[in-house]
Design a protein. Structure first.
Length: 353
């Protein structure tokens, strides 16, 4: 019996060793599986794109600070120069996250682009900057030349809506001089080739800095923030002095990854808060990535703009008020219809408190 007991003990010991080896192999396989899954979840490259405007400041910070290191192995910011390049990037998949005017996002969606609006972050950065210290309202611009960037896009559209409400026909009563971008309009103003320009930040602050007119020069400033277009909007339509102008949209493959979209939205809001809390550091960071801008002007622009990241679903009422006006003016501006629920669905509804 002792011999049989010894054999049984040896067999049991061998079984335990085999089970331990199998368990070790299983754990190793599970670890490899988890590593592979993590690699699949993390994108190899994430492209953030935006214009030379304050809406892009958080994107630059996100790319430079490593805020999305858990989302992608490489995160980069690229600049789009004009609305045509923006539309091309949206339609051919040239970027994963695009900062853009809200009407362009709606138009692209309605025309079949695979995108969802994530947030509205720009609520006020349009100014009419003028050499005339007496200029106080749009009616004062009658028969004057006004430099206007982006023909048919957001600055032009908003001026037309406000002016129409005030009984002004911009085509008949104003002399609009269309240029390619706010920076071009700013340069005309600084070079004294025009006396008035509609500028989006940071171009307005750039003009004031270049002429020594910032922020409230007491002795004969050359240029003035004459008309705050957001205030004019509020007066014209009986609303708050803010306009849902621009935000970020996600494209293509991100539509299948709501977890990553939520991370990107949170990182954008955090980066925007950082820009607002340290405008000087924000100015230095963004100017390092967009050399056409001066750090001080970027800081001025952040301080003088209405910037707040609001989820698209939460901004929907204000967006649809604007969109309804655009549809009545020209249905083609939105692709012929209000965008449906899906357009606002990049982020899931907030959990009830």
């Amino acid at each position: 019996m002792n011999g049989l007991s010894g054999v049984a003990a040896a067999l049991n010991a061998r079984r335990r060793a085999l089970f331990a080896a199998a368990a070790s192999i299983g754990c190793a396989a599970l670890a490899v599986h988890r590593t592979d899954a993590t690699a699949r979840e993390r994108l190899p490259r994430l492209v953030l794109a935006g214009p030379v405007a304050s809406v892009s400041n958080p994107l630059v910070h996100m790319a430079e600070s490593g805020a999305l290191a858990d989302v992608a192995a490489k995160v980069e910011f690229v600049q789009w120069r004009d609305p045509d390049q923006l539309r091309t990037m949206a339609l051919d998949g040239g970027a994963d996250v695009l900062a853009m005017p809200v009407n362009v996002a709606a138009n692209l969606y309605n025309r079949g682009a695979k995108l969802r609006l994530v947030n509205v972050s720009t609520w006020g950065l349009l100014w009419i900057v003028s050499r005339d210290p007496r200029l106080r309202q749009l009616a004062d611009l009658r028969d004057n030349e006004l430099a206007m960037p982006f023909r048919g896009d957001m600055p032009d559209i908003l001026l037309g809506l406000i002016a129409e409400r005030q009984g002004i026909d911009v085509r008949r009563d104003l002399k609009l001089r269309y240029v390619a971008s706010p920076i071009d309009a700013m340069q005309l103003l600084v070079m004294r080739r025009v006396d008035h320009a509609l500028l989006a930040e940071p171009a307005a602050s750039m003009a004031l800095r270049k002429t020594g007119s910032f922020p409230l020069k007491l002795v004969a400033p050359e240029l003035h923030r004459a008309i705050d277009l957001q205030v004019e909007w509020g007066k014209a339509f009986g609303r708050e002095a803010r306009i849902p102008q621009a935000g970020i949209a996600v494209m293509g493959r991100l539509l299948e990854r709501p977890d990553l979209v939520a991370r990107i939205a949170a990182a954008y809001a955090g980066s925007l808060d950082w820009c607002k809390s340290d405008t000087a550091a924000c100015g230095r960071l963004v100017a390092g990535r967009i050399p056409a801008l001066a750090p001080e002007a970027i800081a001025d622009a952040v301080a003088s703009s209405r910037l707040n990241a609001v989820a698209a679903r939460d901004a929907r009422n204000e967006l649809e008020f604007l969109f309804a006006l655009l549809l009545r003016k020209n249905p083609a501006l939105l692709g012929g219809r209000l965008p449906p629920d899906e357009f606002y669905s990049a982020l899931p509804p907030a959990a009830p408190r």
